[in-house]
Design a protein around this ligand. Structure first.
Ligand SMILES: Cc1cc2nc3c(=O)[nH]c(=O)nc-3n(C[C@H](O)[C@H](O)[C@H](O)COP(=O)(O)OP(=O)(O)OC[C@H]3O[C@@H](n4cnc5c(N)ncnc54)[C@H](O)[C@@H]3O)c2cc1C
Length: 397
């Protein structure tokens, strides 16, 4: 591609059939993570001519979607909007996993364990009941009997969400992009830079290969890089934080410590630890949900820290006694792309009505991908109103 050449996204795939009121719009989606990938797929299915651009590829090791596994659960405290999205997302995950013949979702159930502070799980109870999400409530003693591999000390309340589980995170990003390509989408591996905004619109993005890409609509789903793509916001749209994921080795022949015999678990309270047993044979995953130090997603040092390993081991050995002395098999450093209030951002840029920003997954966004992409595709194509809960207005002083 000649440096400086402007290419229309329309020339990069898509059948060009009309949608809505006019000709099929040309859309460029920046980012092939959980948010961008699913949005592009839905846009393509709605007839738009879509090009995805990603600097390093779907589910790459720097991306927030780049881990082995991500939890999916409908328990979301008082926030019914997320429970509704998860119900839709889970149906879509299952439907696509079956259609693609790929085990992207593993149903293990999810166990929320709480001591003094059980608000989060208990606030979700009426919402789960209302939405028909299957769950049971247990006291600490009952939980200990049901799950003898868990030491129940200090747990007074547990919520067992039966249909929850985990998703094959980075693998699914690749799968979604493959489907998007098979359905007529186009893909460029390059870094995109937003173009100038004038007259309330953006006309093009420039790519790191020196070319430019014109389109009618741009969707920036750059995860933790949204902060540097759009630096002018106060507070910053997202703040990347350093998060460590540790995989410990179970003793041999212990399915009760793997996905066959143990749900995904979460312990709320003073510390918020969570884990995914088995994790597609990577090991017994343990992570601390507390927001870590600010992190540079491009060049940040991803070596695990001794302090995180020590804290995870101490917690794990207390709560799961059979894991005492377990070897550390793998460690990953990722980042949350934390929005100012921990909720998603799905809105147009205040200076350009054809520029959408989708991000702020804040440690919980992955599971929502298919439902978010479906919603956003409709919004981009003017077939659905913006969702005020995810608007940028909420940060206005
Ligand atoms: C350790 C950890 C555990 C988590 N656990 C869970 C969980 O259990 N359940 C859950 O639901 N969620 C979880 N999350 C959150 C979830 O993973 C993220 O919210 C979600 O993956 C974000 O997806 P995204 O598409 O917004 O961002 P990303 O996955 O980061 O994708 C952004 C993409 O944009 C590309 N990009 C960025 N800038 C540019 C540019 N200028 N040009 C071209 N390409 C660009 C990047 O290469 C990247 O591929 C977790 C996150 C982490 C880090």
């Amino acid at each position: 591609m000649a440096a400086g050449a402007a290419v229309s996204a329309a020339s990069c795939g898509g059948s060009g059939e009309p949608v809505g009121r006019g000709a099929a719009p040309r859309v460029v989606v920046i980012g092939a993570g959980a948010f961008g990938g699913w949005t592009a797929l839905w846009l393509r299915r709605r007839g738009a001519r879509v090009t995805v651009v990603d600097a390093w590829g779907p589910g790459n090791s720097r991306a927030s979607s780049g881990g082995e596994t991500r939890v999916i659960r409908a328990t979301y405290g008082p926030d019914a909007i997320y429970t509704d999205m998860v119900v839709r997302a889970l149906a879509l995950w299952k439907e696509h996993a079956a259609a693609w013949d790929d085990r992207l979702f593993t149903e293990t159930g999810a166990l929320w364990m709480a001591g003094d502070d059980d608000d989060f799980a208990k606030q979700a109870v009426p919402i789960l009941r209302d939405r028909g999400v299957g769950f049971e409530e247990l006291d600490g003693e009952e939980m200990g009997r049901r799950f003898p591999q868990i030491r129940p000390d200090g747990i007074t309340y547990a919520l067992h969400e039966k249909g929850a589980g985990f998703l094959a995170a980075r693998r699914a990003c690749r799968r979604v992009l493959d489907a998007f390509l098979a359905e007529g989408g186009a893909y460029r591996e390059a870094r995109a830079e937003p173009g100038a905004m004038s007259g309330g619109r953006m006309r093009e993005v420039s790519l790191s290969d020196g070319s430019r890409l014109e389109a009618d609509v741009f969707v920036f789903a750059g995860g933790p890089w949204i902060a540097e793509l759009f630096p002018g916001f106060d507070p910053p749209l997202v703040s990347p934080t350093r998060q460590e994921i540790l995989y410990f080795g179970t003793p041999p022949g212990r399915p009760d410590l793997a996905e066959a015999g143990l749900p995904v678990w979460v312990e709320t309270g003073e510390r918020f630890f969570y884990g995914v047993p088995g994790s597609e044979n990577r090991g017994f995953k343990v992570a601390d949900d507390a927001r870590g130090a600010p992190f540079d997603p491009t060049n940040g040092d991803r070596s695990p820290s001794a302090a995180a390993i020590r804290a995870a081991r101490e917690y794990m050995e207390f709560r799961f006694p059979a894991m005492a002395g377990a070897p550390l098999l793998e460690a990953r450093v990722c980042q949350y792309e934390q929005s100012p209030d921990g909720h998603l951002i799905v809105d147009t840029h205040p200076e350009a009505e054809n520029v959408w920003i989708a991000g702020g997954g804040s440690g919980h966004g992955y599971k929502l991908g298919p439902a978010l992409g479906e919603m956003l595709a409709d919004q981009v194509l003017d077939e659905r109103e913006k969702e005020p809960f995810f608007s940028l207005d909420r940060f206005a002083a």
